[in-house]
Design a binder for this molecule. Sequence first.
Ligand SMILES: CC(C)(COP(=O)(O)OP(=O)(O)OC[C@H]1O[C@@H](n2cnc3c(N)ncnc32)[C@H](O)[C@@H]1OP(=O)(O)O)[C@@H](O)C(=O)NCCC(=O)NCCS
Length: 150
Amino acid sequence: MITVSLPNGIALRRARPGDAPGVRSLVEQLGYAPDSRAFSETFTQVARHPEAAVFVLAEGTRVVGYLAVSHRPQIRLGGRVAVIDELAVDPAYGERGLGSHLLAQALELARGLACVRIEVATARSRDSFTRGFYRRHGFVEADTALMRLI
Ligand SMILES: CC(C)(COP(=O)(O)OP(=O)(O)OC[C@H]1O[C@@H](n2cnc3c(N)ncnc32)[C@H](O)[C@@H]1OP(=O)(O)O)[C@@H](O)C(=O)NCCC(=O)NCCS
């Protein structure tokens, strides 16, 4: 795992309700446009969920990156799986190690929970996929087809 220290002035912490607008603008950069009420409710639910965690990187009150991770026991694995659900860094703050720092935090949480698997589903069309962001951090592609109904 690549470990990186944070640039001066940027702090990592668990998300709080006041971070919702900042996280929303990063979600929009990811290409999603949820209804604002539904977004706020879901953000609060995930941030408070006992089997999830949301981390933010903030410069003062400005949210410059966020990561959401969830975890649950899986019968066939005989243990807990952790899933990186969302990860985004403000492009103005990109390539300074912030994404790696957030990812390291999620991996530390997963290891602390003794997760037997850590995974992420990401779009092949994303720049981060073609540039090998996750591969660089040791992830390997699984022979899994992701099926969707809605
Ligand atoms: C992927 C992402 C989180 C990386 O954040 P970051 O803070 O730039 O990442 P880091 O600075 O820790 O690492 C950058 C490294 O990853 C590589 N990289 C991969 N994808 C990249 C991207 N989209 N932008 C910048 N660097 C990227 C760089 O080449 C760099 O490697 P190097 O240090 O060997 O040159 C950020 O680009 C982002 O939010 N992208 C849009 C959303 C996304 O793709 N999320 C991940 C899928 S869920």
